[in-house]
Design a protein around this ligand. Structure first.
Ligand code: GDP
Ligand code: ZN
Length: 280
């Protein structure tokens, strides 16, 4: 039977079948690779017989085959910072994850349209943005549809509502609330015991947030522009092949920003990050 490993504990593995029934299994000696939550395996009579090749492995937390990252920000308490959102997007893009931007606590804003203006730039760049209130149970259904069939991981600043969201979207959450909240709060220290939790229908979410640090120093300045999807149409059209898009003449990215096609704030942030990476 094919399954996805939901957690590993002391030599035991807990794969789930398509219906999300979870089994306890051991492993055949000849599989000498480490198995992580998120790995697809073939198992029979309580034994894992085969490990399927994985698409990726996230280091923090250690989960395989993650294909979607939910970046959760809140309208207030704490208020969001777009510069930090840009950092979250850069680390997500670098890790090859598909980011989804979630703005929580819309119950705290009077005018949703004004709020939405801040994120239009991101939608234009191709990112999906969801406005929700976990407390008011607003927007959750639409969001949940996007999570189905994926292996998701949450990220975002502390206090944005990650534990609250998790508790409202996972199946059988009521039993696990305290445990999950504790885990999410402990963050980094739980990397060893990450667990995949079942969403309604097909789909999983890791119970530990990804990227506790917004450090981007592992990114080389030359690849930074690839992590800005709105630059993609332009960065091959610059006069110089090795254009950094910061100061060179004949830069197509800069031209697009001057024409108002690329957001000034995003472009300036790009230049700041580029200089930050150059300096290291
Ligand atoms: P985390 O640190 O990202 O896991 O955030 P939590 O889930 O612990 O939430 C932080 C605080 O925000 C808690 O006091 C929650 O009750 C509160 N909170 C979460 N979602 C909402 C929401 O939609 N609206 C409001 N007003 N508060 C919320
Ligand atoms: Zn350029």
């Amino acid at each position: 039977m094919k399954g996805i490993v939901t957690r590993t504990v002391g030599g035991f593995f807990f794969p789930a079948d398509k219906e999300q029934n979870i089994y306890r299994t051991g492993i055949r000696g000849r599989i000498n690779k480490r198995i992580y939550p998120g790995d697809y395996v073939e198992f029979k009579n309580g034994i894992i017989e085969k490990l399927y090749p994985r698409n990726n492995l996230l280091i923090r937390p250690q989960v395989a085959n993650i294909d979607q990252i939910l970046i959760i920000l809140s309208t207030d308490n704490p208020p969001y910072h777009l510069r930090n959102l840009d950092r979250f997007l850069i680390v997500s893009e670098k890790a090859g994850l598909n980011p989804l931007i979630i703005i929580n606590k819309i119950d705290l804003v009077e005018n949703l349209e004004i709020l939405q203006k801040d994120f239009q730039v991101y939608e234009k760049a191709g990112y999906r943005v969801y406005y929700i209130s976990v407390k008011g149970r607003n927007g959750l259904e639409k969001l949940c549809k996007e999570l189905q069939g994926h292996i998701n991981v949450l990220t975002g600043p502390s206090g944005a509502g990650k534990s609250s969201l998790l508790n409202s979207i996972i199946r059988g959450a009521k039993l696990q609330v305290g445990e999950i909240s504790k885990k999410l709060k402990r963050g980094v220290h739980t990397t060893k015991h990450v667990q995949l939790l079942p969403l309604d229908n097909e789909g999983w979410v890791a119970d530990t947030p990804g990227f506790n640090s917004l450090d981007i120093s592992h990114i080389s300045p030359n690849e930074l522009s690839f992590f800005y999807p709105e630059f993609w149409d332009y960065h091959n059209k610059c006069k110089f092949r090795a254009c950094s898009h910061t100061h060179e003449p004949g830069c197509a990215v800069k031209k697009a920003f001057k024409k108002g096609i690329i957001s000034e704030r995003r472009y300036n942030n790009y230049c700041n990050f580029y200089n930050e990476l150059q300096g290291e």
